[in-house]
Every structure is written in structure tokens, then in C-alpha cells.
Ligand binder design. Sequence first.
Ligand code: SAM
Length: 323
Amino acid sequence: MLQDTYGRKFSYLRLSITDVCNFSCDYCLPDGYQRCHNEKFLSLAEIKTLATSFSSLGIEKVRITGGEPSLRKDLPQIIRTIKNTPGIKTVALTTNGYKLTEQLPVWIENGLDNLNVSIDSFEPKSFKLITGHNKLQEILDGIEHALNDGFHNIKINTVLMKEHSANQLQQYFDYIKHRPISLRFIELMQTGDNEAFYQAQHVSGQHIKNQLFSQGWVQVIQDKTAGPAQVFSHPDYQGTIGLIMPYAKDFCSTCNRLRISSLGKLHLCLFSEQGLSLKQFLADDDQEGLNTYITAQLADKHATHYLTEGLTGATKHLSMLGG
Ligand code: SAM
């Protein structure tokens, strides 16, 4: 199994398949997507090679992300290819939920196990302000369809922002009272492009944690492929609440994930200084070379990101790599 010099083991791969996004979230792509390269995104064949290589190195869970991964027409085939890779137990997808009702059944048919949908506000006006799209109801309808069809492995990601979600907590609590959904609040992270927005809107998740404890929520133990969220449950709620607090002390000590960009670069951290190109190995379908290279590069994984020092590496926005 992949292990770094700090003893952290890696069972989880986040694979970006495009950096294109159709939403223009304030904290990520406020002016919409602008293409700034002429490179091709990973092909299905390259994705197959990557999945085979990483699974042979002990990766059990792959999350497909972007950009907006559902913009790729071959997403169902990508899901199927990863799902059919021996050793991969879970295929997950993070999406903005655009056209969810139409697309989710096809993804499930092709082997999707878990779905994360990003919803930064349950207030239609705030949602439109943040994302640039009036799509909240359509996305919520898509989730409702999925639940009614018996697909319950759904998480909702919400970025905590002073002016929006952090002021609207009750709506989130109400939403998961009778729905078996895992709602995760993610602290807004600084990236290369969003410093002013970050300074204005960042809020710590600690006050939510205090609120949860004072209202009888209890922390749940997570399995080894789980994400970085601290998860809480309550007997009166069907859903759970997760908190992702990247600025908290020791956040990186449980890091269990590696990342691949849509251009075929290995990123040892979301905020690393550079991606390490795997393209030549992929072009040659060189599994052995790939495995040796990835294993060797892990020696350079740092103990922590440097976000608390305001250093964001090469990451201008998370659409580049997938959040
Ligand atoms: N387009 C997909 C979506 O909307 O979920 C996948 C890509 S998006 C970059 C993945 C996740 O990263 C989303 O939940 C998004 O809200 C989150 N994200 C993006 N920028 C962020 C930031 N600066 N801080 C915290 N979360 C961020």
C-alpha cells in the first residue's frame, strides 16, 4: 500500500476529468471558466491505465471530480471503466448537480456508488448570487428523485460563507431532519485567485461544532477511505452533518488521498507547488513505470499544506484540480 514518510497510507484517489465548469461560483470561477491551456484532458484509455495502476498500489476508492465532470459526454463510460477495475471498491462523483434528474440513473447503471452534490445555499437568491445560475430547485428535485428511487449514498457539500450558508444553518438542519443525507460544511479555503473573497467570507466551522455538541449531536467514527470530514449524528435526524475544517490543527495528519488533474498530473496535495506529469507513462501504457514513479514521489509529500501561512501553492482555483 502507498505510504509516505509520515506513515500516512493512501487508499483514496481524487481524479479530475476536466477543468471546465459551467457554474461561476464566487469563490472559484467568479468570471466563469476561461481556458488557459491547449492540452487534452485524460482519455478513457489513460483513465483505465491510471485506475489499474492506483488500484494495484492499494487505492480502493476513486472520486471523479472536475471542473464539472458531468460536462464530459463519456462520464458513464469513465464510471464503468473505474468500477470494473479489480480492487476498486467505491466509485464516487462530485458534481454541481446540473441535470441530475436526467443523468444520475445512467451513472448508477454504470456503477456509481456515492454522489456528492454541491449546494452552497438553500435560498434561491443566494444560490443564484453564488453560482450565477438559477438552478437550485432543479438540483433539489434531482436529489429527491434519487432518494425516491432508493439511492441514498448522497452527500451535500456546502462551502461556509459569512454572508450565505453560515447565516442559514437552520435551513440545512431542517433539510436533513427527514432525509438520509450527509450534509458537509466545508470551510472556505484560500486559493491563488480568491484572496479578497476569502478574507471577506471565511468563517471557521468551530462554532457549528460547538452548536452540534450543545444540541446532542455525537461524533461518528469513520472508515479508512472516508474523507476528511468530522461526522456527527443525532437520534432525531435521519441525515448526518460533516465538518471539513482544513485550517484546524492536525487536519493533514489523517490525509489519505492523492489527486490527479485532468491533464494527467499527480498532485501530492491540493495546494502543492506543482503537479507531476504522468503523461509519458500513460502514453506508453507503462504500468510498471507508473507504479515506480508514483511510489517514489510520495517521499516528497509534505507533512501539511501551508494554508495557515496563506500559501496556496500553484492552485489558482479548485476547478483546476477538483476540491
Ligand atoms: N463542479 C463540481 C462541484 O461543483 O461539486 C466539482 C468540482 S468543485 C471544485 C468541488 C468542490 O470544491 C465543491 O463542493 C466546491 O464547492 C468546493 N470548492 C471549490 N472552491 C473551494 C474553496 N475555495 N474552498 C472550499 N471549497 C471549495
